[in-house]
Structure formats: C-alpha cells, structure tokens
Design a protein. Structure first.
Length: 405
C-alpha cells in the first residue's frame, strides 16, 4: 500500500461523516466503513514490520536525528519568532490608513500569492500600537464564506462568550449594540468569495454602529482586491522577499549559527535561497528541513529535480513542501496523510488530533519516548515544515490544517 491509498481511503471515509462529527476526539475507527478501518490496520501492521517502508531516501539514523532536532526546537519555541522583512511594507500600510482615518469605513485589501506573508503582515498591523485604542476583531474566512458564522465569531471575540445566534436580524441587533460608537479594526483574512453581493452583505454587517471602521482584507486574488477596495485607497500588492532575506529565514530555521561548517554551507545555502522565489513560507519549510542535515544533504536539496517540475507563479512553495515531505519518516507521513479527513482550513485542538493518531495506532512505540511525547514531536515537525499552521485567530492555541492546497 502507498500513501496515496491511505489518502484515498480517508477521503472516501470523509464523505460518510457530518462535519460536526469530525471535531470529536476519537472519530475513528467507528466512522466510515469497516473494510477501510481494516485496511488501515493492515497498513499500520506493515509499517511495524518494515520500519522504512515509505522512506528509503532517509538516512539510517534519521529517527534519532529527528528526535534530537525536535527536542532542541521545543526548547526555543517559546521565544517570539523574529519576522524577517516586511517592516517597510507595514509602515506604508499604516501611513495609508492614517491618511484615510477620516473615512467612516476604509477597506484596504492586501493581495499576493500563497505563502507570501499576507497574514503575517496583517498580524503586524493588527498588533501595532497605532490601533491600541481600537476594538480589534480577527475574522478567518478561507473558502467557506458564511456570514452567520462570521457574525457569531465577531460577537464571541467581543464578549468572550460563545455565540450561536441563528438569524440575520438577531445578529445585526447584537452587533449594532456591541459596535455602538467604538472605533473598530477588522482583519478579514484569506478571502476567496468572489460574489460581490456576499461581500456587500459583510460590509453592511461591519458597518453597523456609529464608530469608524478600518477593514484589512487579505486575498490571493488581485481582481477581487480591486473590486472590494475603498475608492480612497489602492489595493496593496505584497511583493516577494529579497534573496538575502530568504537566506536569513533559512539560517534562522536551520539553526545555522550553531553549526561548525558555516563557511562550507554559506554558498550552498544562498543558492537554495534563490530557489525560494522570494516566498517566506518556502524559506521556512526549507530551513526547518535543512536543520541537522550534512553538507551533502544541502547539495542534494539544491540540486533536486523537484525545482524543475513547474514554472507557475508560486511553485516554489509546493516544491519546498514536496522536498520536506520526501524527508518525512514513514510514521510521520501516515499521521500527515490522516489529516486528509479534515476539510480545508479546518481547525482542530492539538490534543484531539494526537488522541486520534494514538487510537489508530499511527504512533510508533519507542523505548525512550512515550506516545504523547512522540505525538508532540510529530505535531512540531508538521508545524516546522508548514504542513500545519497555528490558528490564524489571535489567542486561540489550536492548530489549523495547512490551507495552501
């Protein structure tokens, strides 16, 4: 059996599950068909009998190297990550917003390819002292544009109580009372909805109350950005990073400063940085993967055929993720493949996912680490490789399935 077969089984199983049940702590093996569960058991058994079943390209000491890398990263994960670049872009946007502050509602879209850093830039603006007196709301939309869900999310953030108001009229009444005369900053993150009528309804919802509104929208679609932008401003296209900035990100993620072979790796690393296409997500994924690799491994990454598989805009992100995937252990590939049962952009609490992995037998036993420690390591690896991401909603310590695909 192959990883593709696992994904196919889980995707077929997904069609039998209502979305609300997917958030259950232990949805498998009781969900879906018994034959699919049996097939997964066979695959796990085969992995137990053949530890290197799916990862012939991995070095023989990969499991030890991976565990050591993860332990090192967890020690430093509490330190706030330094954002490379985007200072100039942030100041430009803050200046644009300051000049338009007299408008009752200003909508400024930020657009660019996937992985370019739109959400990161929006977060920098969201947390800037310029808006410390504003009521701030973060709305993560992705491909599911649901006005009722968005409205309830806003109410939940403003009241710190879970809101499930069912009707438009009740939502608007509650929002109008909450907005009152407040000045409000709203980030609408990862917008895909192309129907102008739907976005107009959102504008009406956000326009309730008497206070001023600053609305920042992130999207990949330049045409959509131009349609929804306020007349007084121009949509902001986020450009790629410079090669030296990508190299800085790679060094940061690869723990380059702690290496004794820096001089040997410097030239190779800069060549790898040129292949990132200025996309920070590609640099992050590559840097994490390169951590602990030998100079020969670095050369293999630089010379990989994967870089030539596509020439489309933004292909660097997919190439970097494919390289990272090829370096996963067999068990990590299985855990990642399991994530196919969740819809795109689905948010899940970390420990819910871990308990599901353990219940299905996806976590390999170890003499040194228990199931929970190994599962935590797997989550950390997937986060480091950018296959999973922290929830984009501020203050929510859960994880979100990577939504680039």
């Amino acid at each position: 059996p192959t990883i593709a077969e696992v994904l196919d089984i889980l995707n077929r199983t997904e069609t039998h599950i209502p979305k609300r049940q997917m958030a259950a702590v232990l949805p498998c093996p009781t969900i879906g068909l018994k034959s699919d569960s049996n097939m997964l058991e066979v695959m796990v058994a085969e992995l137990n009998n053949n530890e290197h079943g799916y990862c012939n390209s991995m070095p023989t000491d990969s499991s030890n190297r991976t565990v050591q890398q993860i332990a090192d990263r967890e020690t430093s994960s509490v330190v706030e990550e330094v954002i490379i670049g985007r200072t100039e872009e942030k100041q430009k946007i803050l200046s644009i917003l300051s000049e338009s502050i007299t408008e009752k509602m200003i909508i400024l879209p930020i657009y660019g390819i996937g992985g370019i850093g739109k959400t990161t830039l929006a977060q920098l603006i969201f947390n800037d002292p310029q808006f410390q007196d504003y009521t701030r709301v973060w709305i993560y939309v992705s491909q599911e544009f649901n006005l009722n869900k968005i409205g309830n999310s806003i109410i939940t953030q403003l009241t710190d109580k879970i809101s499930n108001i069912p009707t438009k009229q009740m939502l608007h009444k509650c929002l109008e009372e909450l907005f009152a005369s407040r000045s409000i900053l709203v980030v609408v993150d990862d917008l895909w909805e192309e129907n102008p009528k739907e976005f107009h309804k959102l504008k009406v919802m956000l326009g309730l109350g008497l206070g001023s509104k600053v609305i920042i929208v992130t999207t990949r679609d330049g045409g959509l950005a131009r349609k929804i932008c306020s007349p007084a401003v121009t949509p902001y296209k986020l450009e790629t990073l410079r090669v030296d900035e990508c190299w800085t990100i790679i060094k940061q993620k690869a723990d380059f400063e702690g290496r004794v072979d820096q001089e040997q790796l410097e030239h190779i690393g800069r060549e790898i940085a040129t292949k990132c296409g200025g996309v920070p997500l590609a640099a992050q994924s590559l840097g994490y993967m390169l951590n602990g690799m030998t100079s020969d491994d670095w050369e293999s990454v630089r010379d990989s055929y994967i870089w030539n598989l596509s020439t489309s805009e933004g292909h660097e992100v997919l190439a970097s993720l494919l390289l990272s995937y090829s370096q996963m252990s067999a068990w990590l590939k299985l855990c990642f493949s399991y994530c196919a049962i969740f819809p795109k952009g689905y948010i899940i609490v970390k420990y819910d996912l871990i308990y599901q992995w353990i219940a299905l037998g996806f976590i390999k036993q170890s003499r040194i680490f228990d199931f929970m420690q190994l599962s935590e390591n797997y989550v950390t690896q997937l986060l480091g490789m950018s296959f999973l991401q922290y929830s984009k909603r501020p203050l929510v310590r859960s994880y979100i399935i990577f939504s680039y695909f």
